[in-house]
Design a protein around this ligand. Structure first.
Ligand SMILES: CCCCC/C=C\C/C=C\C/C=C\C/C=C\CCCC(=O)SCCNC(=O)CCNC(=O)[C@H](O)C(C)(C)COP(=O)(O)OP(=O)(O)OC[C@H]1O[C@@H](n2cnc3c(N)ncnc32)[C@H](O)[C@@H]1OP(=O)(O)O
Length: 220
């Protein structure tokens, strides 16, 4: 096998391991949130979890370093808090996008609870910001969110398959507007939350100022 193929293999293997760890962490969070186990069990679990965390902390990256398994320009972000398979915070949302339109699916567990039985409003806003971002990026004009307006029409049920949608609605120079919605997979026409987001494409000097360290090629 060529070196390049071997390194692609290693990268894919690492992403798989990251996803596996993410799945384990999500299970842990969901159980830790839902548990009514005896208090002593909670204390034992805390100790075991601290032990498991130790070795992971032995080699860590700085804020200015991109994770080795990521591919920024290819849009692979393993630890993104919405879509990252490696992120314990991410449901994760699975997204497909092209030509300014994005469709996503996810199920929120009890860890995302705001009002009893329903999602926290900030979580809905986070999901929609991400969805709008995918729609905008897939339109060929990626940018950063400068404004996000959300309307909460009906509460978003937990432990229920959700369908997330977004599309670009307007492009004016560097400003791109996108609209999106959350519904359940079962009743996709019944809108629960809607959002409108304004995204601004960065000028070269803004990109350099904000992302300079991660735009430089990795020293190997
Ligand atoms: C380079 C590395 C990254 C590479 C990425 C590559 C691939 C990505 C792949 C996949 C990604 C897929 C999906 C993305 C997923 C999720 C997206 C999540 C998005 C976020 O979660 S992102 C975090 C939150 N986001 C911020 O952290 C932004 C903070 N912000 C700023 O850093 C500045 O705001 C900045 C630099 C953006 C602009 O700089 P600035 O503000 O100086 O504006 P500027 O002068 O450049 O003008 C611009 C025009 O926008 C108008 N404008 C500005 N703000 C406005 C507002 N609020 N309302 C109405 N209009 C506004 C102006 O009025 C002017 O309009 P006009 O041109 O008509 O005069």
């Amino acid at each position: 096998m060529t070196d390049r193929l071997q390194s692609v293999d290693r990268l894919l293997e690492r992403r798989e391991a990251i996803s596996d760890l993410g799945d384990a962490l999500r299970l842990l969070i969901e159980h830790a949130t839902a548990t009514e186990a005896p208090t002593e069990e909670l204390r034992r679990a805390a100790e075991r979890i601290r032990q498991a965390a130790g070795p992971l902390g032995e080699r860590i990256r700085e804020r200015t370093e991109v994770a080795a398994a990521d591919d920024l320009l290819g849009g692979v972000r393993m630890y993104n808090p919405v879509i990252g398979r490696g992120s314990a915070l991410a449901p994760p949302v699975h997204v497909e996008s092209s030509n300014g339109v994005a469709v996503g699916t996810c199920t929120l567990g009890l860890a995302y609870e705001g009002p009893p039985m329903y999602a926290h409003g900030g979580v809905s806003a986070m999901l929609l910001d991400q969805m709008l971002g995918h729609a905008v990026t897939s339109s060929g004009k990626p940018g950063m969110t400068v404004q996000l307006d959300t309307a909460y029409r009906k509460p978003v049920p937990l432990m229920t398959a959700l369908r997330l949608t977004a599309e670009v609605s307007q492009v004016e120079g560097r400003r791109v507007t996108a609209v999106g919605a959350i519904a359940t997979a079962e009743r996709p026409d019944e809108v629960l939350v809607t959002a409108t987001g304004l995204f601004v494409a960065l000028r070269a000097e803004q990109a350099q100022r904000l992302f300079g360290p991660v735009m430089r090629p990795r020293a190997s």
